[in-house]
Write a protein that binds this ligand. Structure first.
Ligand SMILES: *[C@@H]1O[C@H](CO)[C@@H](O)[C@H](O)[C@H]1NC(C)=O
Ligand SMILES: *[C@@H]1O[C@H](CO)[C@@H](O)[C@H](O)[C@H]1NC(C)=O
Ligand SMILES: *[C@@H]1O[C@H](CO)[C@@H](O)[C@H](O)[C@H]1NC(C)=O
Length: 465
């Protein structure tokens, strides 16, 4: 009897070792099989910055070193901005899982991303192949929280010209959802991470949550730097946002926060108290602090130097705040009813939102249908072609078959026989990584904080600042 008790106990421990996947009900997150709401307590993890493809979770040693600090901070989620679609991530993902940490992942890289200045050519099947290959690498981990289809593509602070890229972002959302439905074992949330621009933020929330359900995001991340120093719920603008966003039908959270303006002596992180209080929890589900490592933009919690990690003052302050502030009790005011209509689509407005209500989301390039049907094939990583200016050849699809009944209708009308495999091999010659040097963005004169430019830069968007 004793022995069997032990066996059961051991089995239970093993089962608990794996995090339960995140699910969405109404406008909140839950761990599968658990009715208690899940709030993101996260940090953005982008050691080395964003100017070239750097994959911090392919570096098992660095990852395991940093997981100890994530645990000490008390975080349950990290966000990573770009990964190598050819790399192995098993060791890091296991270390994160063992530590109770989920991954929110952006599927873009500096050379495979939408170009907001000229989105049409940058939305092509070779680009989507890289996106899908990244999904393949992460779809089987239970601690993959979800994916961001894009980050800060719309970033006009003055005027609305970048809002014209919104239909392309929505197309990527739709394609990712179709790919996940066809190729993954579970539903994995797909979101968008919006820049801190007030002019069009509400329209973005509406737009990405309106129209056909297959094209709508599952969650909305906002990069928000409005609480600086010892601000307050009212002064920061948080209250006004809660008032305006109440009733939004899907989960919303800060995909970046932690303003450092006027905080030479360290950030107090007093916004943590507001964010995890019932003043905000009916609308927000927590957030991720920008950012783990100290980089040029001066938002770091630790300084990395070779193998050494030095905690900075902000590390201790954030750790104390996370420890002090508990999640709201009960459901925190979340709505559990699913809302099948979503938001109304925003109206065209020359000054803020230049997408017309009848502007169509561009159709998926027909060559990409093979990926949906047969899998993305090999992840090319840094050898993938630069797809921003268009693509003439497409990496071959995989040899799998899609889940039955998962294929999107109306797409891929071209005949099956026009296999994308015919261009096999061309990718390596056409896409020498590093051939195109992405310009630095920090010299920008834009008035948005550099941190947002840094984050926007992971798109590799060409010099539009
Ligand atoms: C259920 O979720 C809550 C909130 O994330 C967590 O604190 C709790 O440990 C979970 N319970 C189980 C049995 O996993
Ligand atoms: C939008 O307008 C701004 C300001 O006029 C300009 O700097 C930027 O390059 C434009 N962006 C696009 C995508 O056209
Ligand atoms: C669905 O959610 C939207 C906001 O996302 C809201 O405007 C609308 O009233 C909701 N509809 C229902 C039936 O609750």
């Amino acid at each position: 009897m004793k022995v069997s008790t032990l066996v059961i106990a051991a089995a239970a421990t093993l089962a608990n070792a794996a995090l339960a996947p995140i699910e969405i009900k109404g406008n909140a997150f839950y761990q599968k099989g658990n009715d208690t709401r899940f709030y993101i307590r996260g940090v953005d993890y982008q050691p080395g910055g964003s100017s070239e493809l750097a994959d911090p979770i392919a570096d098992a040693k660095g990852c395991k070193r940093d997981v100890e600090y994530f645990k000490e901070l008390g975080v349950n989620t990290i966000r990573v901005y770009s990964v190598d679609s050819s790399a192995d991530h098993d060791e890091c993902m296991k270390a994160l899982d063992d530590a109770g940490i989920y991954l929110l992942l952006d599927v873009n890289t500096p050379h495979q991303s939408l170009n907001r200045a000229d989105p049409d050519p940058s939305y092509n099947a070779a680009y989507l192949q890289n996106v899908f290959a990244i999904i393949d690498k992460f779809k089987d981990y239970d601690n993959t929280f979800g994916f961001f289809a894009a980050n800060e593509v719309i970033n006009s602070v003055d005027g609305a010209n970048t809002t014209e890229a919104a239909p392309y972002v929505k197309a990527v959302v739709r394609d990712m959802k179709a790919y996940i439905k066809a190729q993954a074992k579970r539903k994995i949330p797909v979101g968008y991470s919006a820049a801190d621009v007030q002019t069009s933020r509400f329209q973005q929330m509406q737009y990405f949550n309106c129209g056909d359900e297959d094209e709508r995001i599952d969650m909305f991340g906002m990069n928000d730097y409005s609480w600086c120093g010892d601000s307050s719920f009212e002064k920061s603008g948080y209250k006004a946002n809660v008032d305006q966003y109440t009733g939004y039908s899907i989960p919303m959270f800060f995909s970046e926060f932690g303003c450092n303006k006027g905080t030479q002596n360290g950030r107090p992180f007093t916004e943590i108290e507001a964010l995890y209080s019932d003043k905000m929890s009916s609308v927000y589900s927590g957030g991720l602090v920008y950012e783990y490592s100290q980089e040029d933009s001066n938002y770091g919690l630790v300084e990395l130097n070779g193998d050494s990690v030095k905690k900075l003052k902000d590390f201790d302050t954030l750790k104390k705040q996370f420890a002090k502030v508990q999640d709201p009790s009960g459901d925190g005011g979340a709505s559990t009813s699913s809302n099948s209509t979503g938001s109304p689509c925003p109206s065209y407005d020359e000054k803020t939102w230049m997408v017309k209500e009848d502007d169509k989301v561009p159709p998926m390039p027909s060559e990409a249908m093979d990926y949906i049907k047969h899998g993305a094939g090999k992840g090319l990583g840094t050898a993938a072609p630069d797809t921003q200016a268009g693509a003439t050849s497409f990496p071959p699809a995989g040899s799998g078959t899609a889940n039955p009944d998962s294929l999107p209708s109306g797409s891929g009308s071209s005949s099956d026989s026009s296999s994308s495999g015919s261009s096999s091999g061309s990718s390596s010659s056409s896409g020498a990584a590093g051939a195109v040097k992405v310009p630095q963005v920090f010299s920008s004169t834009a008035i948005i904080p550099s941190v947002m430019l840094a984050a926007a830069f992971v798109f590799g968007v060409n010099t539009v600042f």
